[in-house]
Structures are given as C-alpha cells and as structure tokens.
Design a binder for this molecule. Structure first.
Ligand code: ZN
Ligand code: MN
Length: 475
C-alpha cells in the first residue's frame, strides 16, 4: 500500500471573543441578518485604520501555549494580496514571516497507540466575508456577500505533513476542538467555526490541496476521496498534478479549481498600519488564565473519582460533559454518574444527533439517579425519563408520575409474593422438591399482579426467602 502523507491548515475562528480582530464590531453574528455587524474597518472603507484587539492576541497566545508551541519574541502583520469580493480591501491582514508561534504538537490516539501530531506554525489573521450563491454555485446568476464574518479573529494552525490517514486527521481535529473549547475562546458547534485546507499526497506523487472543507465529517470524506483518486491516477500511470481542489460536500467529491498559486502570487508585504508586537512579553499574564487541559483532566478524573480510563476519556472529550459529570459526581456515586453520562446519556444524544450543549441541567440527572439509587425507579424507568427529558423537556419527578414509573413499595411486593405463594401451591411444591425453575414462574406471577411495577430483583430475593422458610417448615 502506498504511503499517505497529509498536512492540515486549520482555520479556527475565535468566535467566543467579544469583538473582531481589528475593530469593535461584535462577533455574535451567527443568527443575525447579513451585514449588520460591520463598520468602516471591517468593510475595508478607504481611510479606516485597523487597531489590534489585545484579547485576541492573548487568546492566540493561550492556544499556542496549550498546543505546546513556542511563542515568538516578535510578531508582525502582513498584507496578503488577492482579489476576491469576500475581501473588501483587496488584501487580507495576516502573518507571514514572524508568526505568533512555531512548533508544538497535539497528542492523539491511533490504532497503534499515542501519536504526537507536530505543528509547523500558528499565526493570526482576519476572516474574509462570506459569499452565498442563490441555488448552486455553477447556476447562480449573481452572488450575495455578507461582511458580518469579515474581520473575525482567526488562528491558522498548520501541521507538519505527519498525518497518515483520514481517520487520524479526524481525531486530530476532534482533539484540537476539545482543547480550544476548554480554553473558552471557541465554540465548535457554530457555523464556520473551523475550516480546513488539506494537503495530501501519496509517497512519490505531487500534492493536491483541498480547500475550505467546512465540517469535521467532511475532512475525512474529502481525504478518502482524494486518496482513491490519486491511487487510480497512479495505477494508470498518470502523474498527479499539483493543484488546488474544491470539496463538493453534497456529492462527496473533490473538483479541480486551478493550479496552485505560489506564495509570490500573494505579494506579501508588512502591514504599515499595525506596529510589530512582542507576544512573549504577554506570557506571564496569559499563563494564569489557562485552565486544566483535557489530558490532565482525564488523569485527574481517574485518580479522584476512581473511574476507568475509557470513561475518563469520554467525559473529558468535551468540557461541557466534564463539568456536567463533576456536578453530578459531587452528589451521586461517581461510578454510577460516569456510566450514566458517558454511556447512556451520550448514547441517547448521539442517537438524536444532539450536542452536549443541548442536554438538560445536571440537577435533573441527579434527581433521576437519586431515584435509581434508592430503587424508586428501575434502570429501564430511568432511561425512559432521560429520553422524555431530551425529547420534550420537563421535570423528572413529574415524568416519573405521568408514566407511572415508580417502583412498587417493598411491603407491597411482600404482600403480592404471599398471595402468589398461596395461589400456586403446585409451583411452590415443585420448587421445594428441587425443580428450581419453578421460581421463574412465581416471579412472573408477581410481576403480572404488580403490572410490571415490582422490581424483578427484589421480587426474586423476597420469593427465595419466603420459599426457604416454607422448605424449613415442611421438613
Ligand atoms: Zn467592524
Ligand atoms: Mn489563512
């Protein structure tokens, strides 16, 4: 099998910062009308001067530190010139020589153990606006431009070409998303939060760049398609061309856009309106704001709560889930909490294609698990309550009552057991004479009388005790 070489350029929108990179426009445009979050600076009007957002630089430094990268002594902004309607000035303010940071790595899990995906560099730049096409890109007679996104703070995180499969690419992006969300500067569920350009080649062949893949699932699909395409070319003895391709998400294919532009095509030159910065001097301020990161939290969860590595890994894969677990584990046995959150609740969310941010409050799960712990409801009943809360919302106790899920009182179960023993003398003597399978029949009778509301385990236990007493009496 040919060796696959993948490098990623990930554009990360620091979408939880309050304002854009070079102006004071708010960043919360995601549910707003087009062109409502704009000003002369991010519209690129003549004479407007950019001013760097200090919070964005600090967030960039925090990300670079969390990714183990080396923050540089001096960083500089450049103008990257290209002509496209999403870029009102005709150039993007970006970094080139003198990026924010070099190096770093992200640890991922692969089939053959842990792997460090090493990074080349991390730099800051502004997001361009967004073009939309009525209908499809090839039939639209005009395009619409929304500049709400123009000037959003971006980090471009570039990996070394060390990723060797589409699956590895996906776990790298998942891990990156987790870390960024831990830092509180990024919400990966927002539209356009992470956009990926992928460089991909087979050993010995030229590389193709697939531009602007905008979903996590898209990256894996685009890469798989591209590997197959390049393999087929090589098989037929055709050289793979160095080119830029577009990923058509709907059809799952990549299409040739143009031969790849060279760096000199962008005519980079230093941005005269922004002074150089010394990011290293900000490290002491930023350092204290970096929270516990996923790998450290995972180790702590195992130690502090005594849960398995698997559960610790699932729970810390999202900061929201990790926080949720800690709230529940304060009150409920951590092992029980871990199972119900990482396994059952997460499974129900996946089934519904829901994000963890859409889940009901931890307080409600605590109520359900409390009822379960004292055997007021069964496991089945608890799952039912969770499903209803996800689908329609509501209060757990009210749902338990409405669905009649409260398990029967033990004294009531005792009474039913006595009744069943009285009414089924044949099965009772069968049991006493050694045909132990008669017990199942008796348990079934009690369950029937309780209309399924007796706890089967308790019923079993009570019946055995009562039958043993009979056995003693009759011998
Ligand atoms: Zn603006
Ligand atoms: Mn870029």
């Amino acid at each position: 099998m040919e060796e696959v070489i993948i490098g990623l350029e990930v554009h990360v929108q620091l979408n939880l910062l309050k304002s854009k990179l070079f102006c004071q426009c708010p960043t919360d445009y995601h549910n707003s009308e087009p062109n409502t979050h704009v000003c002369p600076i991010c519209l690129g009007l003549p004479g407007a001067m950019p001013v760097i957002n200090r919070k964005a630089v600090e967030a960039g430094i925090a990300v670079a530190m969390a990714l183990n990268a080396e923050i540089q002594e001096k960083t500089l902004f450049y103008r990257k010139n290209y002509f496209y309607p999403d870029l009102p000035r005709g150039f993007q303010i970006s970094q080139y020589d003198f990026p924010l940071a070099y190096g770093g790595y992200v640890t991922i899990e692969t089939d053959s153990g842990e792997k460090k995906v090493t990074l080349k560099r991390i730099h800051m730049e502004e997001d361009p606006g967004r073009l939309t096409y009525p209908g499809t890109i090839d039939t639209a007679r005009y395009s619409l431009i929304d500049y709400n996104r123009s000037g959003m703070p971006l980090l471009e995180i570039v990996t070394e070409p060390v990723i060797s499969s589409p699956k590895e690419a996906r776990s790298f992006l998942n891990k990156l998303r987790t870390i960024l969300e831990y830092l509180g500067v990024f919400d990966g569920s927002l539209e356009g939060a992470m956009r990926v350009d992928a460089n991909i080649s087979l050993k010995g062949g030229a590389r193709a760049e697939v531009k602007n893949i905008s979903s996590y699932k898209g990256v894996e699909k685009a890469l798989s398609f591209e590997i197959t395409r390049q393999k087929n070319l090589l098989k037929r003895g055709i050289m793979v061309e160095m080119e830029t391709r577009h990923f058509d998400e709907a059809r799952g294919v990549t299409i040739s856009l143009r031969t790849k532009e060279e760096e000199q095509d962008y005519r980079y030159f230093p941005e005269p309106d922004l002074p150089p910065m010394e990011p290293r001097s900000l490290i002491p301020d930023v350092k204290d704001t970096i929270p516990e990161l996923p790998d450290a939290k995972r180790r702590r969860f195992m130690e502090e709560y005594g849960i398995s590595d698997y559960f610790a890994k699932v729970l810390t894969s999202e900061i929201r889930m990790a926080d949720y677990f800690e709230k529940v584990a304060k009150v409920i046995d951590p092992g029980l909490a871990a199972t119900w959150i990482a396994d059952i609740l997460k499974g129900e969310l996946n089934y519904r294609d829901m994000e963890f941010s859409e889940v009901f409050e931890a307080e409600k799960l605590i109520q359900v698990l409390k009822l379960l712990a004292v055997k007021k409801i069964t496991e089945k009943g608890a799952v039912k309550v969770i499903r209803v809360m996800l689908d329609e919302g509501g209060d757990p106790l009210k749902i338990v009552r409405r669905l009649d899920l409260m398990v029967m009182d033990l004294s009531e179960v005792e009474r039913l057991c006595d009744e069943v023993i009285e009414e089924n003398s044949q099965a009772v003597s069968d049991y006493i004479s050694g045909r132990k399978e008669a017990l199942n029949y008796l348990v079934g009778q009690v369950m029937k009388k309780s209309r399924g509301k007796a706890d089967p385990g308790e019923t079993n236990r009570i019946l055995i005790r009562k039958l043993k007493e009979r056995e003693k009496d009759s011998s």
